[in-house]
Design a protein around this ligand. Structure first.
Ligand code: COA
Length: 172
């Protein structure tokens, strides 16, 4: 890539970031001069962590990857891309089951802005089964999330679940 300022955008809700997301970010950081991890609300989901917290966790998780920046955005992804002038989207494909949704989203984003190209990267096979919801469920049921998330996320999950338990006890 000739233009050193060129950035590819990796969007998601990252609630919370997992090692699978980091695997995609690392791969993208080798392919593109800059990677912008763009975090937003997903209106279809009830997030465990507020947006600012997810940004903080992602920043901490990628702090050793020099060409990665973490931002948050509101509204349509296509509008955010137009604002930043970056038209390459990174998406992870974990399994065939991801394909239909990703295909639909890539074509819809292209419909919204013809300049948008989506590049699909496959995570290491160790992460093909991973999702943020699964990590939250494991943590909520007292399981060990150490192998699935960065250390800062593991700590945050433990803290959050202690708070949740305390709140339930107080309500009783
Ligand atoms: N490793 C581990 N988990 C992964 C992964 C990977 N490599 N890739 C995806 N996942 C997980 C995510 O953690 C997420 O898990 P969850 O459902 O348990 O939270 C799940 O797979 C789905 O991920 P994704 O499709 O990226 O959903 P998302 O909520 O993270 O991101 C947006 C979706 C935010 C990109 C999309 O809703 C969007 O663009 N919103 C902006 C509004 C907009 O423009 N809408 C029109 C889009 S056409």
């Amino acid at each position: 890539m000739k233009n050193k300022n060129f950035a590819a955008v990796y969007p998601g809700s990252f609630d919370p970031p997992t090692n699978g997301h980091l695997d995609i970010i690392r791969r993208a950081s080798h392919l593109f001069p800059n990677v912008i991890v763009a975090i937003t609300e997903n209106s279809a989901k009830n997030h465990m962590f507020p947006l600012a917290e997810r940004v903080k966790l992602m920043k901490e998780s990628v702090k050793r990857i020099p060409n990665v920046k973490v931002v948050s955005f509101e509204g349509l992804l296509a509008d955010y891309l137009a604002k930043t002038g970056s038209f390459v989207l990174i998406r992870g494909l974990r399994a065939i089951s991801d394909f239909e949704y990703e295909f639909q989203m890539a074509l819809m984003n292209r419909q919204l802005n013809k300049k948008i190209e989506t590049v699909f990267l496959m995570p290491d096979q160790a992460y093909t089964f991973l999702s943020s919801s699964m990590v939250k469920e494991i943590a909520a049921l007292g399981g060990n999330t150490k192998n699935f998330v960065p250390l800062c996320v593991e700590k945050k999950l433990k803290k959050q679940l202690t708070i949740n338990k305390l709140q339930i006890t107080i309500k009783r």
